[in-house]
Design a protein around this ligand. Structure first.
Ligand code: ZN
Length: 445
């Protein structure tokens, strides 16, 4: 069968345009000698040709293989277009064109020109600004190797530590977008000092929320922002319950998407009617949902991560080491201490408190041990001194029971509990506390 006239037409036009976009335009963009008017003329011609091609295109009449090739070409053109947009954005924002057109900010002007929201426009402006200090990312962008979302993730992370630029570009070239995002989150976490890490964790905790609303079709919706450790706990409990429901459904050959089982799990858990816990089959009855945290031995000793180290919950993201150390009293934490990539030790801290130690502890500390606090309900074990890397956590001497309120002060406000001569000593955080202006967010006492 002879090729359709459309196909011949597309082949004759797309290839020259491909060459033009891949070789001519990048050359023009990086050569300051090229006259501006020729750049604009070339681009206008390309736009005219692409517009005409699209107007005449009949996707149903090309072979699927050709369609795949054309889709790939257009994706490349899209990346080049995004690159040109970002490269010229900063300079455009420096001028007064946006003010002349009646906009209150460059971002608002950008949003209108690019037909996007303000958030997206601001992100492009930030990306353009960050590129000034990231020459290799700029080059990769010019070559059309990065999509808009990729360059945004790279500049955001490499800004805090430009020495990671090469590594992030490598991740963009070899990993999925999700993989790149995860790597970028680790880079950002490792570039923070212990204090910055603490402040960052606190800022996330303070900005937590759960919102609900109804869609126009009547569906109930919710959206939440949680600290990573809380997110890890939630996810772990949801997965246990959803897995159970999935296996039950499979017995009756009933298949729904995994997200549907997660939604059922959420409702059942919150309503206090988890099917997994009610199961007669004990192997499906999960103990409390556990969260596995992978952390470098060195980082665990030091108290925070540095370059090349990790402390994260798989599937959730980085968690501050200090947070992990302070939350050790809970039975849901499983710490996988890694040396390089190998897991060298597994600390299942909460469960390493044997029943007889727990009984002795409850006997010794019937109320919160913080002096003058007499709260006797909702007490939590606090490991005030733990040899993390060796998992030596279970003696009565390094355990104390505290109320939720004091546990939160230790966890988020850096208050300290230490054994003193006549009992427990409760110490203000180094640098003092700031209750007057900055009250803690949760009163659970
Ligand atoms: Zn207390």
């Amino acid at each position: 069968m002879p090729p359709s006239p459309d196909l011949v037409h597309l082949a004759c036009h797309i290839i020259p345009i491909y060459l033009l976009i891949n070789y001519v335009i990048p050359g023009v963009l990086i050569h300051p000698h090229a006259t501006l008017s020729s750049v604009i003329t070339v681009l206008e011609n390309v736009r005219r040709d692409v517009t005409r091609l699209l107007a005449e295109a009949d996707p149903d009449r090309v072979t699927t293989a050709k369609a795949a090739e054309l889709m790939t070409l257009f994706a490349e053109i899209e990346r080049l277009g995004a690159a040109g947009k970002v490269l010229y954005t900063r300079r455009a924002a420096e001028g007064v064109a946006w003010r002349d057109e009646g906009h209150r900010s460059a971002a608002s002007w950008m949003a209108e020109k690019t037909q996007t929201g303000m958030g997206e426009a601001m992100a492009v402006l930030e990306t353009a600004e960050a590129l000034k200090s990231l020459p290799e990312t700029t080059e990769a962008l010019r070559r059309g190797e990065l999509s808009g979302p990729q360059v945004k993730v790279i500049t955001h992370a490499a800004q805090s530590d430009p020495s990671t630029e090469k590594e992030l570009l490598q991740a963009a070239a070899t990993r999925s977008f999700k993989g790149l995002t995860a790597r970028a989150a680790e880079v950002r976490a490792a570039s923070r000092s212990a204090q910055e890490e603490h402040d960052h964790a606190r800022a996330i905790q303070r900005s937590r929320y759960l919102r609900t609303w109804a869609d126009p079709d009547g569906a109930f919706r919710l959206d939440a922002r949680l600290a990573p450790l809380d997110g890890g706990r939630l996810l772990s409990a949801l997965r246990d319950e959803a897995d159970f429901r999935f296996h039950e459904a499979r017995k009756s050959a009933d298949h729904e998407p995994p997200a549907a089982y997660l939604a059922d799990a959420l409702v059942a858990l919150v309503a206090g009617e988890p099917a997994a816990a009610a199961s007669k089959d004990s192997k499906h009855r999960p103990a409390r949902a556990t969260v596995s945290i992978r952390v470098d031995a060195q980082a665990l000793r030091r108290g925070h991560v540095t370059r090349g180290e990790i402390c994260h919950i798989p599937g959730v993201g980085p968690v501050p080491v200090a947070e992990v150390r302070r939350q050790l009293s809970d039975a849901w934490l499983k710490i996988l201490v890694v040396d390089g990539v190998e897991v060298s030790t597994v600390c299942h801290v909460g469960r390493t408190v044997p029943a007889h130690v727990q009984s002795a502890l409850e006997e010794r500390d019937p109320t919160c041990v913080v002096p003058t606090c007499e709260v006797g309900h909702g007490l939590q074990n606090h490991h005030w001194d733990v040899d993390f890397v060796d998992c030596k956590t279970s003696t009565l001497d390094n355990l104390a029971r505290v109320c939720r309120w004091h546990h939160d002060l230790i966890t988020y406000e850096k208050w300290e509990l230490r054994p003193g001569p006549g009992g427990w000593e409760w110490r203000e955080p180094p640098g003092g506390c700031n209750f007057e202006t900055d009250p803690p967010w949760r009163d659970t006492g």
